[in-house]
Design a protein around this ligand. Structure first.
Ligand SMILES: *[C@@H]1O[C@H](CO)[C@@H](O)[C@H](O)[C@H]1NC(C)=O
Ligand SMILES: *[C@@H]1O[C@H](CO)[C@@H](O)[C@H](O)[C@H]1NC(C)=O
Ligand SMILES: *[C@@H]1O[C@H](CO)[C@@H](O)[C@H](O)[C@H]1NC(C)=O
Ligand SMILES: *[C@@H]1O[C@H](CO)[C@@H](O)[C@H](O)[C@H]1NC(C)=O
Ligand SMILES: *[C@@H]1O[C@H](CO)[C@@H](O)[C@H](O)[C@H]1NC(C)=O
Length: 323
């Protein structure tokens, strides 16, 4: 009886996958182009089923965010972490920052996506721990657009290939603050078009005459001072930050993310992103954050995370450049 039940329980899920050579005209839209050999298919199906169960259980509960199937639903969190997050702790920002906060007052909410053409489309880092490069380009793109009125997609690959001297490690991690330092000392960052993204480490192909964006100064926000982050986003521009991604975040779909699983200290953060605004709703305050896992993840590539509690260490190391 147990076996029969299992077969019936799995039947509706199998339609989300393909086996090579198997043609199934009843397949729904194929969303993530996953193809497996037969043995892998059953392993992946089992992981998928566990993730689906976790999602359903979470969504039945009373939470401020919902989970959903996405391109990571056939992975365990361990596999996901290996491909998409930092493997080693990074040297998170100086305890005392260089940023001098204004005295406010600050608006109740702000969204740089709505203030003008200041935020580029959501990008996709692929299986490479290069989130820090996307957080960096996203921030510099916005800061430059606010200063010049021109929004220009910038090169992550240059940072992956060339920024090692500033304690950055390509697909193995790095920090936006260190990447801004690199761009400042290197005297330039090329465009996405001139130095396109490959999701693997290569040799540095920087060409100075194609430098398109520059950094005059790096502003580090004082560690754990989330009010300084609010001030910077309210009065200046989007801000790069890092936080700890734990397994409950991989399947985030929408709403305000909050976790009891994650840590909140500099040594635990493992993913860098970009705060493009903040707001408050339903009694919670939150950040509006641009991620780099493609636009099909989360809310069109974005997520909200609870604000004001250093949630998952999000105030541990944040920074932005001055152009
Ligand atoms: C759901 O959670 C919210 C916030 O924690 C709480 O105010 C509310 O009473 C809860 N609702 C139920 C049905 O438990
Ligand atoms: C900002 O942080 C980076 C590394 O995280 C560091 O190299 C740099 O000296 C800091 N800048 C200032 C002005 O403190
Ligand atoms: C942290 O900084 C030290 C001193 O600059 C350096 O030797 C070390 O490699 C850095 N660690 C990482 C993960 O970048
Ligand atoms: C607040 O609740 C409403 C109704 O449930 C929902 O549509 C909205 O997305 C919520 N806001 C946030 C920030 O989650
Ligand atoms: C981290 O969380 C603990 C437990 O909630 C809290 O006591 C501590 O002050 C937090 N530390 C930081 C740096 O936010």
């Amino acid at each position: 009886i147990n076996m029969i039940l299992l077969v019936f329980a799995l039947a509706p899920l199998t339609s989300a996958f393909h086996l090579p050579g198997q043609v199934n005209n009843n397949l729904p839209r194929v969303q993530h182009n996953k193809v497996y050999n037969t043995q892998e298919y059953y392993e992946r199906l089992q992981i998928f089923t566990e993730n689906k169960r976790r999602i359903d259980k979470h969504n039945e509960g009373n939470h401020s965010f919902t989970m959903a199937l996405n391109q990571f639903s056939d992975m365990t969190f361990g596999e996901f972490r290996k491909s998409f997050l930092w493997s080693e702790p990074q040297n998170c920002s100086a305890t005392k920052g260089s940023y001098i906060s204004s005295n406010g007052p600050h608006p109740v909410s702000i969204d740089w996506r709505k203030k003008g053409n200041y935020v580029t489309d959501v990008k996709n880092q692929g299986p490479c721990g290069s989130c820090w490069t996307f957080s960096t380009t996203g921030c510099l793109e916005s800061v430059a657009a606010i200063a010049t009125g021109r929004l220009l997609p910038l090169s992550e690959q240059q940072l992956v290939d060339c920024a090692q001297d500033f304690n950055n490690h390509g697909c193995k991690g790095g920090l936006p603050s260190q990447a801004f330092e690199y761009i400042m000392y290197n005297k330039g960052l090329m465009t996405e078009t001139d130095y396109p993204y490959k999701a693997v480490e290569g040799t540095c192909m920087y060409r100075p005459h194609l430098a398109a964006a520059f950094v005059k100064e790096v502003m580090n926000v004082t560690a754990y001072n989330e009010m300084e982050m609010v001030d910077a986003v309210a009065t200046r521009n989007p801000v790069s930050f890092a936080f700890e991604v734990t397994s409950d975040f991989m399947l985030y779909s929408k709403g305000v993310y909050t976790s009891t699983e994650c840590h909140n200290t500099t040594d635990k953060v493992n993913h860098a992103v970009l705060a493009v605004g903040y707001g408050q709703d339903n009694g919670t305050t939150y950040w509006i954050v641009k991620n780099s896992w493609g636009s099909s993840w989360g809310m069109n590539g974005y997520f909200f995370i609870e604000r004001g509690k250093n949630m998952c260490g999000l105030a541990a190391c944040s920074s932005f450049p001055v152009v």
